[in-house]
Design a binder for this molecule. Structure first.
Ligand code: PA5
Length: 435
């Protein structure tokens, strides 16, 4: 089987060989610290073993619940935010990209549609979701590790009320699946009292590292995504990115390259994709790196762009603006669909020279041309090649980034597993709400 490839060729003009030599020992030390499980945040390293040491009994329960949801409903409303949402959303978009005119009545008959609620406090969005579900049969998977997060708790009130109005309290209970802490929190208390089927967010796995727990796996299994392949991809990545030497470990090499660039003033990393299916993977990645590294006045600012669309908006800045950026490109090498460009008899747009060419070829030339221009303009580029957009490679990619992120945090000298800063706005918001 082919693998993910990490190509650092286009960082070469920006990183001198002695800079690699200087970071080598530090990178090895970061990898050893992670392996020792004694570094900062060591209580949150459960994700390292998830691909192989997951709870088999819970996996069976997830698959059975997924089948039940498919039988009982046309729509699954997944309620969660941050780490309790982005992994499943990213995987769903990656594996089953939303058609541009969703929802189409002709979408595969009988297929469950998954939508997400509790990701904001907009009444308009919530009402639109309730209206979109309309008269269709639906189930709810409410996900919150703490069980006290405002946005999902608010959305859950509405959808629980809608379920109870439609199916009665007994019927609603059979359609609510709660994913939360094993023992604590308001959601756990409610689920136990009401008798909802529950799934666990392990104590030693933080939200942004939880996609391979029930948090991600239940919605994905319900959507018909091959969760075994996802876990297999992650398990292979776990072996592949084990070494403590940058020569043999691409996750460590990626972490080290980021660290060198950061020290040289490249403070912003843009995750770039040429396939819209990567949009939410970038959102997941932003949370992963942003919450893990952005603390103690340090950290690369993670952002993303969708090319070629954003070349028509951000392209000017990337090419000629302040030189504090680098790009990480996710390049999906084999397209799912590859239509060829039709010829026209008048050729008014002058594109007949491309007639008969597959769109992937055209997209690739845009990628190459952009890469060349941005590198020449002073923007280093890290390329991650993904052979195909399958659950297997996605599982691999999830684990690659998680491992790289943990290593990057240790290299930077921060605890990559806490997020003390996210409490500040909440304190103010609750003070205002209660005043
Ligand atoms: O990483 C984090 O801690 C946050 O982004 C959380 O994932 C998010 O706030 C959701 O938290 P919870 O699952 O407790 O509702």
């Amino acid at each position: 089987m082919s693998h993910l490839t990490l190509d650092l060729t286009h960082t070469e003009p920006f990183i001198a060989p002695e800079e690699w030599a200087a970071v080598e020992l530090q990178a090895a030390a970061a990898a050893q610290l992670l392996d020792s499980r004694r570094g900062p945040g060591a209580d949150f390293l459960g994700w390292l073993d998830l691909p192989v040491r997951y709870d088999r009994a819970e996996m069976r329960q997830i698959k059975a619940a997924a089948r039940r949801i498919q039988r009982q409903s046309q729509v699954l409303v997944v309620i969660g935010i941050g780490g309790s949402y982005l992994g499943a959303k990213a995987a769903l978009e990656f594996c089953q990209p939303t058609p541009p005119l969703w929802p189409l009545p002709s979408r595969k008959k009988g297929a469950l549609q998954v939508c997400f609620a509790g990701t904001n406090l907009s009444g308009t969005h919530l009402q639109q979701l309730l209206d979109a579900v309309g008269k269709r049969d639906f189930s709810v998977n409410v996900i919150s590790k703490s069980g006290t997060t405002l946005e999902p708790a608010v959305a859950f009130r509405f959808f629980r009320q809608a379920l109870e109005a439609r199916y009665g309290s007994e019927g609603a209970r059979e359609r609510i699946y709660a994913t939360t802490d094993r023992a604590r929190g308001a959601l756990k208390t409610l689920a136990d009292r009401e008798g909802y089927e529950t799934f666990t967010v392990p104590d030693d796995v933080g939200g942004r590292f939880s996609v391979l727990t029930a948090v991600g796996l239940l919605p994905l299994a319900a959507a018909g995504i091959d969760t075994d392949a996802l876990l297999r991809g992650a398990a292979d990545a776990r072996v592949r990115y084990r070494s403590t030497s940058i020569a043999d470990n691409d996750a460590l090499r990626y972490a080290a390259a980021r660290n060198i660039l950061y020290r040289k003033g490249k403070l912003i990393e843009m995750l770039i994709g040429y396939e819209p299916r990567l949009l939410y993977l970038a959102e997941w990645w932003k949370q992963l790196f942003g919450e893990s590294e952005g603390k103690n006045g340090k950290g690369i600012f993670p952002t993303s762009a969708q090319f070629t669309a954003d070349l028509h908006s951000l392209g000017q800045y990337v090419q000629e603006g302040r030189r504090h950026l680098f790009e990480t490109l996710i390049d999906i090498e084999t397209p799912q669909h590859n239509p060829t460009l039709p010829a026209t008899h008048d050729d008014l747009d002058g594109l007949n020279y491309l007639a008969g060419k597959p769109l992937h070829f055209i997209n690739e030339q845009a990628l190459r041309g952009t890469l060349e221009a941005h590198v020449a303009g002073g923007v280093p580029n890290i390329r991650i090649g993904v052979p195909e957009a399958t659950p297997y490679y996605l599982g691999h990619l999830f684990f690659f980034f998680e491992k790289a992120c943990a290593l990057s945090g240790y290299l930077l000298g921060v605890n990559p597993f806490d997020q003390p800063g996210v409490e500040a706005y909440k304190k103010n918001m609750f003070r205002l709400l209660k005043s």
